[in-house]
Design a protein around this ligand. Structure first.
Ligand code: SF4
Length: 184
């Protein structure tokens, strides 16, 4: 990161080779850089953790600094599904439906203990973690996690996105992952 005079942060260039008049890098890195800094969130908030997300979006924490200020309430225009709150077993098919409607490439963050593991609600009606029904990329601990923790989760996801090969989504391994969740 480097600061300019007006204090605007510039995203660091990817690894590569630099010389007079040229800069060469991997195509994957360029695509990854663009994707990582324009992750549009799809908030799926069902309870208290959603309030922490609202604080994360507001001026003090300002998710816009990460290029993620544009909430997408349509799954079709979202990249990053953020699941925040207790997910009941009745709600699980709806969550799957939302995930299915998102276009590839898509990523998922489980925000807070409930989304990650069911939290304190170890009961017959609560899903014990959203990874029972959809694949998860990043887990954010806490009940509730503070906005700083949610931002850290987003930054961790940015690192994953930056490193992801453009061929991953068509790979056998990824198809197997989807199949293990009964997605075609
Ligand atoms: S993890 Fe805690 S704060 Fe978040 S939804 Fe569950 S009970 Fe609420």
């Amino acid at each position: 990161m480097s600061n300019t005079d007006n204090n605007v942060n510039i995203v660091q260039a990817p690894d590569g080779f630099q010389g007079q008049g040229f800069f060469a890098t991997k195509f994957d890195y360029v695509i990854g850089l663009a994707r990582a800094n324009s992750l549009w969130p799809m908030p799926f908030a069902t309870s208290c953790c959603g309030i922490e997300f609202m604080a994360t979006m507001a001026s003090t924490y300002d998710m816009g600094r990460f290029g993620a200020e544009r909430n997408s309430f349509s799954p079709r225009q979202a990249d990053m599904l953020m699941v925040m709150g207790t997910i009941s077993k009745k709600m699980a098919p709806i969550l799957r439906h939302v995930y299915e409607q998102m276009c590839e490439p898509k990523w998922v963050i489980a925000v807070g203990a409930c989304a990650s593991s069911g939290g304190i609600f170890d009961t017959y009606s609560v899903l014990q973690g959203i990874d029972k029904v959809i694949p998860v990329d990043v887990y954010v601990p806490g009940c509730p996690p503070r906005p700083e923790q949610i931002l850290e989760g987003v930054m961790k996801l940015q690192e994953i996105v930056k490193q992801e090969s453009v061929f991953r989504r068509s790979s056998e391994k990824y198809q197997e992952l989807l199949k293990s969740y009964n997605f075609e």
